[in-house]
Design a protein around this ligand. Structure first.
Ligand code: GLY
Length: 377
């Protein structure tokens, strides 16, 4: 299967930044022509999920990739990190910064993030502040990172207050997506990643939602052709949405559908793996649709279609499905205060008029929200 290249570009008054996303099967062990121009004559720091290790024979792609790097640069330094959300902390960031500096990097050095969203987020953030900013490449290995976090330059770590509160916008030089790597992923992570794929249909493209609804069984069976289609389509929709709004001053916030609820739910789980991001966002999107219906923006039929698709994907669709943590209305409201979309102490939510059409609802009425949550919990 041929690889596809999607271009991410920004209509930014200050620069005409753009970079490629390469999507293909077996692309990592076969990326020599792509990667050599990026790594030649540079020190490379490969920040990778410790799941991928040179000692493990089963990580053949990773081993071949390291050999390719060594062929084109004499300085390849590996920093293994755990791929769990707890890695997105100040102490782990500091570890990356100090280790990178000990390799005597310069402004021409390159970070490569090889792993899921956690690795990409923290490695990208480190790249944005080391020596006031060095380049990095994203090689996302989970579905969630392939369709969302590796594209668009959001980097960062978590705070004790909530998720992703400390970070920067720093665009990568390139993104290399290898569909084959998804096989190394636990099924639970794969399905959770599908939530972000469905999200693109819900906010922007009803036909894409129809397509996923029609093909969900083949997608769950890792049908390579269908996987490539949904990954490419997701990246295209994301790049279309962010091209006029790199720093999220407007429409980019639509990509946050379900995330205000989702980030709050996730933080109650203390990032210990009981609730993973995609599962929390699955509940969050269902809540956003139900809230849209309660406020008469959206019909009940549309809400049911969304919930039914997530149920078919065996994802949680309601706060009542989340038994591992204690959730109350007041705790949820407390978490919402830290949402980055808020302005002047007013809460902002992403709601829907129908499948394929989201909008930004500023100044959310606190009474409506409180009554809604009381009914849902
Ligand atoms: N993950 C949402 C965004 O990149 O804006």
């Amino acid at each position: 299967m041929k690889s596809e290249i999607i271009n991410v570009s920004f209509n930014n008054k200050l620069s005409d930044l753009s970079y490629p996303i390469f999507v293909g099967t077996n692309l990592v062990p076969d990326c020599e022509t792509i990667i050599k121009k990026f790594v030649q004559n540079r020190k490379v720091i490969l920040i990778h999920d410790s799941f991928f290790s040179l000692k493990k024979q089963k990580n053949k792609s990773f081993n071949v990739f390291v050999k390719i790097l060594i062929k084109y640069t004499s300085s390849v330094n590996l920093i293994p990190m755990s791929g769990g959300d707890k890695t997105k902390s100040m102490s782990q960031l500091n570890l990356i910064l100090e280790k990178s500096l000990s390799f005597e990097i310069d402004r021409n050095s390159l970070i490569i993030a090889f792993g899921g969203g956690v690795i990409g987020d923290i490695a990208g953030f480190a790249a944005s502040i080391l020596l006031r900013g060095i380049n990095y490449i994203q090689i996302p290995t989970t579905l969630l990172s392939q369709v969302d976090s590796s594209v668009g330059g959001k980097t960062g770590i978590n705070s004790s207050k909530s998720k992703n509160l400390i970070g920067s916008f720093h665009q990568p030089l390139a993104v290399i997506i290898d569909i084959e790597l998804l096989k190394s992923l636990p099924k639970r992570e794969f399905v959770a990643g599908l939530v972000e794929v469905v999200k693109y249909g819900l906010i922007h493209d009803r036909k894409f939602f129809d397509y996923i609804e029609l093909n969900y069984k083949e997608i769950l069976e890792y049908d390579k052709k269908k996987l490539k289609e949904i990954i490419c389509e997701s990246c295209k929709i994301k790049s279309e949405i962010i091209k006029n709004d790199e720093k999220e001053n407007g429409q980019r916030a639509l990509l946050n559908l379900g995330h205000t609820f989702g980030h709050a739910i996730e933080s109650f789980g203390k990032y210990d793996g009981k609730i993973i991001h995609g599962e929390a966002v699955s509940v969050g999107i269902c809540l956003a649709f139900k809230l849209s219906e309660k406020m008469n923006f959206c019909s009940q039929d549309e809400v049911e279609r969304v919930i039914n698709l997530f149920k078919k994907l065996e994802l949680p669709t309601s706060l009542k499905n989340i038994k591992s943590v204690s959730i109350t209305t007041s705790k949820m409201l407390e978490k919402f205060k830290f949402d980055k979309k808020n302005k002047n102490n007013q809460l902002t939510f992403i709601l829907n008029t129908k499948i394929g059409e989201s909008f930004i609802k500023n100044n959310m009425d606190l009474n409506i929200l409180t009554n809604f949550l009381n009914d849902e919990i």
